[in-house]
Design a protein around this ligand. Sequence first.
Ligand code: ZN
Length: 297
Amino acid sequence: MTAFVLMLLCGIASTGRADEGGDAGEPLRILASTNDLAAIARAVCAEQAEIEVVLRSNRDPHSVEVRPSTMRRAAHADYYLAVGLSLDLWAEDIVRGSRNRDLVMIDCSRAITPQGVPEGKVDASMGDVHPEGNPHYWLDPENGALVALFLAEQFGEARPALADAFHKNARRFEETIAGRIVDWETCLRGRSFVEYHDTWLYLANRFDITIAGRVEPLPGISPTARQLATLSSTIRTDEIRVVVRDPFHSESPVEFLERETGVRDVVIPSVCEEGRPEAYLATFDRVCAALESAVSP
Ligand SMILES: [Zn+2]
């Protein structure tokens, strides 16, 4: 009888310890669509997570060919972090293909207020338009902070013992961003550039930047010669110095603009190249450096 009670007590005690230990000790397994989301998740989880990324560096996030190896990675994950707003629709294939019923998909766009929501009906004539709004929201650093706070909330529910640490980390990330924003603001406010794709809307709105024109007449559609000629005259009239594009965008239309107007072709990956918080923040430094150097001789 005594032995039985002891066994029972031990059983309870060890269950309690196991729960606690499992709670704080097991790192979260996270698979993220992009390095930016991985970087933000890393800021929140610090060492308490194993984080992998689907999109390889310098690839177009709009279209990704999902491989079986990616689905296998998702099979062992606790969380899938999606950009949302129809950018990474391919993420749904990964989650479905993983056959992992415990995998929780987090749509990170729930943390932010979408901009560039098209008015009226969206159809194919409008190009690759996202009906719920422009999905490139991580390019406003304040949205990065909002996603961090949102993730801290989500992860805290899965690991109550770490909830405080996650919140503290997210707040610290928010403070870091708030500190850096002062410099970015000084550097970026009132500037203008031409973009390749409808990528930089959130950055432009945050820092009062004028997007003077766009190489793609509609998202995902290449420009005609006539459209490039019109853009050339805008660049001349508005004295634009820089065209910003991603590494995966075609350089030939920008080379044409360069020849015609002397504008500078600046390649800045809009999806950061590593899943580290500093890599995410460096995107904004790069935009600053590019726009500053284009103005000074
Ligand atoms: Zn886009």
